[in-house]
Design a protein around this ligand. Structure first.
Ligand code: CA
Length: 660
């Protein structure tokens, strides 16, 4: 193995020693620029710098030579450098310049709260001035909602409003998330945007990363071909500039994001932020310039760990990296009133850091959601005895849920094998896994509170595309049936349901050549944007109504939202159907029984759930879902091919009534 060209390994190999951590772990909460009218105090942590300077600029664009002044900073305790400017420098931009090993480099403040265009210069800010009116009265509208009673909608900010059919004025922007009164193509019949998701009945909007990310050039005009999901973190504590109406002015994106969150809250919707602490965009990350090599996992020769498959893994097990992540999450929760956090590849972050975040969040507000991707990945830890926040360690975490690939793959087949089928296509390999998932208890979990159920998200093919790929030549009608069966399983299982935005409109990610795109991270709006005008077609509108009906039905029956494993085992029992293509179960809610049947065969099946004299009312069938009675039948139920049926027996004085 070659020695690192980038890092002085003699220094890097000391970072993980107890001596280094004891000597240089800084525990105060004042890193960054702290503005008051009389003075601004700057603090930056770098125990390895020989010299550190503060540079003040008139403008935030790093291509403009607008330096006001530079001053040397003073080294204080624990490797913290400080400077104080004794005048009002609100809205002045700044950077730091370090000299390390004789080499000087200029970088943005890792603790920047505001910055200029493209995030190269930080800005001194009075955050109070960015607050909307009555911000102090703003709160999480679902603060008291138990976890499993939430409905999460996973959305990319730009996808929501990039297409003209959305009728949204602030296309591709934060503000576009919060516009009300919009209708598809502005025709006034079918709702779009925020009104649409409200009507659908979701409670939580999970937004793909919206901290300042690297690859979109914010200085250019709106370009419909330039696009990124945002898993390329640049400034962790600043909102992304391309989602604001003016990325040049450091105040604007902050104010617009807060206004958006407040508006969503007022419409009953909580906001979940997708956070990516497991890797940075690249090694030019500002913290890594301040303390080279400290932020990442690498072996003794400087070979970088790459469990994230993004070129680097952050070393969350080091005290100041851990502190940085904790400080960052708590800052978003406090300053922006964020109601939940989705952790990208959380299986790369250590359990202690995640539990510290949990503890901090619990002190801010009750019921701030935390969940993430707990996949087990190969990473080079810099210390011994570090536990990682993987699915199998979920019991070591406090109130943290994991995405369930168990239910996802059992429903539709592996996301890694495009032609592999799942239950909805009649493949029963995942039968046992599916039954465990229906109870919200895959092998790694002990309560549905730890389980996020989904069948598709931004990653991989959309559900509708996957169905087409693994069922060659499938008809539109049959593909719709499989789609509805898939979401029925998610909505009628124990756990926290999450859906991919647009799934309720049969979202596809087809490119200009008619090819389905699996990884649309850099694809154009053409591929990624939500095409609202689909809702004008009857077959698509029926699908949307079905999703809405499923959510409404689940909301009306708490027995689908239990959190205790013992109670679940007491109240849910599977019915022997003697056929792995047909899963049927009974739930007991108070004095009532609810029967759920999933028929994955494409042929109609009879399923016996009672006698021929019993009377059942059906609330969900192959065509409709909701809380109104669709049809009556007896205890031998005919279930259409590739469909779900939900029935409740009619009772009289607590006993089943009979046709006789
Ligand atoms: Ca950016």
């Amino acid at each position: 193995m070659s020695k690192s060209k980038r890092y002085n390994m003699e220094i890097v190999n000391k970072y993980s020693t107890k001596e280094f951590e004891d000597k240089y772990t800084y525990t105060e909460n004042d890193l960054g620029a702290n503005w008051t009218k009389d003075k601004t105090v700057f603090k930056i942590w770098s125990p390895v710098a020989e010299k550190m300077s503060l540079n003040l600029y008139r403008t935030g664009n790093a291509t403009e030579d607008t330096l006001i002044s530079s001053q040397e900073m003073k080294l204080e305790d624990k490797g913290v450098w400080t400077a104080c400017v004794k005048e009002d420098i609100k809205n002045v931009y700044y950077t730091y310049t370090s000299v390390i090993d004789g080499v000087s480099s200029e970088f943005c403040d890792p603790y920047a709260k505001a910055c200029g265009v493209n995030g190269k210069r930080a800005m001194v800010i009075n955050l109070e001035e960015t607050n909307p009116d009555n911000w102090d009265k703003d709160s999480n509208p679902n603060e008291k909602l138990p976890l499993c009673e939430s409905f999460i909608y996973e959305l990319h900010t730009r996808d929501f409003s990039a297409d003209k059919s959305s009728d949204i004025k602030n296309r591709g922007k934060f503000l576009g998330l919060a516009e009300t009164g919009t209708t598809v193509d502005g025709e006034g019949k079918i709702k779009s945007g925020l009104d649409h998701i409200k009507e659908l009945g979701i409670t939580h909007l999970h937004l793909l990363p919206f901290y300042d990310y690297a690859t979109i050039d914010e200085s250019k005009e709106y370009d419909s071909k330039e696009y990124n999901w945002g898993y390329d973190p640049l400034n962790y504590n600043v909102p992304e500039g391309s989602y604001s109406t003016n990325p040049f002015d450091g105040d604007v994106r902050i104010r617009e994001l807060k206004e958006t969150i407040k508006e969503l809250h007022e419409n009953g919707i909580s906001v979940i932020m997708d956070v990516v602490y497991n890797h940075t965009y690249n090694e030019d990350f500002c913290f890594n310039k301040a303390v080279p090599g400290y932020f990442y996992r690498m072996d003794k020769d400087g070979v970088m760990s790459d469990g994230s498959a993004c070129g680097n893994d952050t070393a969350s097990e080091r005290s100041m990296v851990s502190k940085y992540f904790v400080d960052s999450v708590l800052y978003w929760a406090k300053e922006y009133h964020i109601d939940g956090f989705r952790f990208d590849l959380v299986g790369l972050i250590d359990v202690d850091t995640i539990n510290k975040i949990r503890e901090g969040l619990d002190k801010i507000r009750p019921n701030i959601m935390m969940y993430g991707e707990g996949w087990t990945l190969n990473t080079k830890l810099t210390k011994k005895n570090v536990l990682l926040a993987t699915q199998k360690n979920v019991d070591k975490l406090n109130n943290f849920a994991m995405f369930s690939d168990n239910i996802r793959d059992a429903i539709k087949g592996s996301v890694f094998e495009e032609d592999e089928k799942g239950f909805i296509s009649g493949d029963t390999e995942g039968y046992d896994e599916l039954k465990k998932s229906i109870l919200g208890l895959p092998d790694w979990s002990s309560t549905p509170n730890e389980v996020v159920n989904y069948t598709s998200c931004h990653d991989n093919y959309t559900l509708f595309d996957k169905i087409h790929l693994c069922n060659e030549g499938i008809s539109f009608e049959q593909a719709v049936k499989q789609n509805l069966l898939a979401i029925s399983i998610v909505m009628l299982s124990q756990g926290i349901p999450l859906m991919h935005a647009g799934e309720e409109m049969l979202r596809t990610k087809e490119d200009e050549n008619g090819e389905y795109v699996s990884d649309s991270v850099r694809s154009s709006d053409y591929v990624n944007s939500i095409k609202w005008d689909n809702l004008k077609k009857k077959e698509y509108y029926d699908v949307y109504e079905y999703y809405k009906g499923l959510i409404a039905f689940r909301k009306a029956h708490k027995v689908f939202m239990m959190s205790d494993a013992k109670e679940i085992k007491k109240k849910i029992s599977f019915i022997d159907t003697d056929d792995e293509k047909v899963i049927a179960y009974k739930l007991i809610e108070d004095d009532k029984e609810i029967y759920v049947i999933f028929n994955a065969d494409d042929k109609e099946r009879d399923v016996k759930i009672g006698s021929e004299n019993d009377v059942f009312k059906c609330y969900i069938n192959d065509k409709k879902a909701g809380n109104s009675e669709l049809e009556s039948c007896n205890g031998v139920v005919s279930v259409k091919g590739t469909s779900c049926k939900v029935l409740i027996p009619v009772l009289n004085n607590g006993s089943r009534i009979s046709y006789n």
